[in-house]
Design a protein around this ligand. Sequence first.
Ligand code: NAG
Ligand code: NAG
Ligand code: NAG
Ligand code: NAG
Ligand code: NAG
Length: 512
Amino acid sequence: MEMRDRQDLTRRYPHPFVHELQLTTAQKVRAAVLGTVLFPLRVGLAALFFLIMWPIARLRFAGLSEEERAQPIQGWRRWLLHTPVLLLSRAVFFSLGFLWVRVKGRQAAPEEAPLLAVGPHSSFLDILVVLPTGLPTVVSRSENATLPVIGALLEFNQSLLVRRTDPDSRRQCAAQLRERLTSNGRWPQMLIFPEGTTTNGTALIKYKPGAFMAGVAVQPVLLHYPNKLDTVRWTWKGTSWVQALWYTTSQLYTNITVEYLPVYTPSQEERADPALYAENVQKLMAQALGIPATDYVVESQVPVRKLGCLSLPTEPPARNALRLLQHAGVSDMVGILNVMIDRSQSGQDGLIHSDQLTSLLGLTDTQTATQICALYSKGEHVELRRLAVGLAAASGLLHVGSLIDTAFTLHDGGSKGSLTAVEFGDLLGALVGCAQPHYAQLYKEMSSRRQPTRDDLQALLTEHPTYQKLLSQYFQPEEAGQADTTPLANEKTKSHNKALKNGTALSNKKAD
Ligand SMILES: *[C@@H]1O[C@H](CO)[C@@H](O)[C@H](O)[C@H]1NC(C)=O
Ligand SMILES: *[C@@H]1O[C@H](CO)[C@@H](O)[C@H](O)[C@H]1NC(C)=O
Ligand SMILES: *[C@@H]1O[C@H](CO)[C@@H](O)[C@H](O)[C@H]1NC(C)=O
Ligand SMILES: *[C@@H]1O[C@H](CO)[C@@H](O)[C@H](O)[C@H]1NC(C)=O
Ligand SMILES: *[C@@H]1O[C@H](CO)[C@@H](O)[C@H](O)[C@H]1NC(C)=O
């Protein structure tokens, strides 16, 4: 039941990964004039402070061995360098226009709450939050360590760096995280952005359970940017980071408020189930912010929402391709689908060029095919099978049985009547519209007795309580009238949170 509510909720909310800054002409002129002066001045000053900080931050580790670096820093290194680095980092952000930082509430001591969970994550500038919180340790992507200012701060405070693509590194990081969080104050407080990626702030996305695995108390921290112009945000699409920096520095100053919420101590049930714990903290923070808690996440740089271990893209490429085809005046979709399916079945050329696609579709201009290719790859090619299966699923023109037949036949290499793991992964990817990082898990469940056959696939997609939603909900046409449904969704958030406060925990798993 709760699972349904949550999914409906996500369906009603468009994903928050786009931020378009709307400026009036006056604001544009002002930003251009002020930016021309302030941007170089401020970024130059920030760079200067950073350069001064660089050797000081490095001094903290000078002459230490690898083992010593893996322990909490002690002695003069711990206290002597703290103030200079804090002041210099403050100067960096002061230069960028964060003249003051408003603080609401009280920060908990590390013994009360070893973990600070900060949200919503809006921008790279959010890292400013480490200053009012007294330079806690953070968890970050290893790529971040090479960034100016941020990189130096990361190293200075012995941050945990994860290589996100490396499962070993992630496992190791989880172990270190647990050690630090349960060290009873030997290690300093830790700060995380549990969303793991930035959004435009209109909804909270699913929290990563990693830091909640230790089951320690957490203090939720809200970040607000109460400005007339929302210049700070930088997310998947829309404003670029250069624009975010330009428009932020071209404001005379930028407001930021850090708000500490009361410490949240996990229940027994939450300790045992990090995903549940993360979800409940997410809901609590969403309620405090007055925005919905959704289950969107970003995977392989594509915004998706989760259905079991499937990742469903929020903007399915096939749906956009369908729109492009309709726009180009294609009326016989069934005919086109058949052509594509026959051509893929004949097994020749997996990838086809946009020019070939143009003639295959019988189009007069090349633009539509080029745009369709761009939905699937950076180049001018698209895998025809992928396009055919995706369009067949998104258009709803085939019966479920023939859709499954088509997808199965096109992926069953050598017509052996069953699918290998890789074929199964490709099939799901084609059906859903993006690569499926966790298909192996599902394949394992399905193939306990034998390699999955067409009927196994049909059973999965039409009978499995979770995956049948793929056909029954995901491929349904988009709902109209979002404005009407918003208050309803808000009601649901509230009722979620009521249940939450009572400690009657909600779990996705239960509904499965
Ligand atoms: C933020 O995302 C929401 C949901 O997609 C969207 O309606 C809104 O326009 C976005 N805000 C900006 C400033 O782009
Ligand atoms: C992070 O910095 C603060 C202030 O310098 C310090 O108290 C704390 O020990 C540092 N953390 C680590 C892991 O060095
Ligand atoms: C640093 O890493 C975090 C994730 O840990 C990410 O949210 C943030 O955007 C990164 N910062 C930059 C500047 O890329
Ligand atoms: C900053 O916040 C104050 C209110 O606290 C507001 O009056 C002011 O306009 C804000 N500044 C900007 C640049 O939006
Ligand atoms: C929730 O808590 C209130 C009082 O705090 C209580 O009256 C109510 O029965 C509780 N509901 C559930 C479902 O536990």
